[in-house]
Design a binder for this molecule. Structure first.
Ligand SMILES: C[S@@+](CC[C@H](N)C(=O)[O-])C[C@H]1O[C@@H](n2cnc3c(N)ncnc32)[C@H](O)[C@@H]1O
Length: 291
């Protein structure tokens, strides 16, 4: 006798109940069924789909973030592969990209016509979220995406492969410690440097939710005893690597804003400002190398 298969609608209710989280149940059902929550509802679930769903539910119940369980996550126009080797891209970082693109547009508009592509660097690229978004959204740029973590660069490389040949051909990955990953010849030529550096202090790590502190790479989160160590290294190199008039944009923690502005000004940047994220919290530090 063959057992009849449960309907997705039954699995939807069960998964939401077990997880205590309808949103997560929705993501997992859509991933396991390969269709939308509404479309799946009336269909019987094949064994493979049901097994895939319960495997995801189990991982989530063990504390793993939804994004790692799914294996991919949306960032701006991209659907990025994500796993434990790299930080999960955050919505607040999308605002950092907005600020970076506005600076890039300002610089491109000010350049004499016929100049070659502008050089953009994304230092500490993780999944490649910032670098690949800029390459996808602006055709006249060459982007260097760097990271010190070989695992993160593997994730960025997988995402680069999924970007489409046109944009991907303008992106290069480089391994190394912040600015030193870049070829010497780029010194003084970078039009835009963007970074979302680690900015959590060692003392703050224990205050983060376990699904962040226990699952995302420590190297992507923690800067050092103070939280501003990585930003300081980035600002220290900005004068040498940026072209005159070029911009430096970095994500910061809201409570660091005043100190970050002071550091940027002390580091020689002009027009320093901080833009808020969608929740109204200070988030994107911007400064320009004077001419
Ligand atoms: C907060 S994550 C940001 C990842 C990605 N840019 C994003 O916004 O989702 C910081 C990244 O910086 C990298 N990183 C940490 N220390 C570094 C260093 N000394 N040099 C280069 N990259 C570093 C980490 O491996 C991590 O990928």
């Amino acid at each position: 006798m063959t057992r009849s298969r449960p309907l997705w609608s039954w699995l939807q209710r069960s998964a939401a109940e077990v997880l205590g989280d309808e949103a997560a149940a929705r993501w997992f059902v859509e991933e396991a069924s390969g269709t939308t929550w509404a479309q799946a509802a009336g269909d019987p679930a094949p064994a493979r789909g049901e097994n895939a769903l319960w495997a995801m539910v189990e991982r989530r119940l063990a504390g793993e973030p939804v994004q790692y369980v799914l294996g991919h996550w949306a960032f701006r126009s991209l659907d990025l592969m994500v796993d434990r080797r790299a930080l999960i891209p955050r919505p607040e970082t999308e605002i950092v990209v907005d600020v970076a693109l506005a600076e890039l547009d300002r610089l491109v508009a000010a350049r004499p016509a016929g100049n070659g592509p502008s050089t953009v660097v994304d230092l500490g690229t993780g999944t490649g979220a910032i670098a690949l978004s800029i390459a996808a959204e602006r055709p006249a740029v060459e982007v260097w995406a760097t990271d010190i973590s070989p695992g993160a660069l593997e994730v960025a490389s997988a995402n680069l492969a999924g970007l489409g040949a046109r944009a991907a051909g303008r992106v290069r990955l480089a391994a190394g410690d912040w600015w030193s990953a870049l070829p010497e010849g780029l010194g003084g030529t970078v039009a835009l440097a963007v970074a979302n550096p680690p900015y959590v202090s060692e003392g703050e790590l224990g205050t983060l939710p376990p699904e962040v502190a226990c699952w995302e790479p420590r190297q992507a989160l923690v800067a050092g005893p103070d939280g501003l160590e990585a930003l300081q290294v980035l600002l220290a190199g900005a004068g040498r690597w940026l072209a005159p008039g070029a911009a430096f944009v970095a994500e910061i923690a809201p409570h660091q804003a005043a100190r970050a502005v002071a550091l940027a000004e002390r580091g020689g940047l002009a027009d320093v400002s901080v833009k808020a994220d969608l929740a109204g919290r200070a988030r994107a530090l911007m400064g320009r190398r004077p001419f």
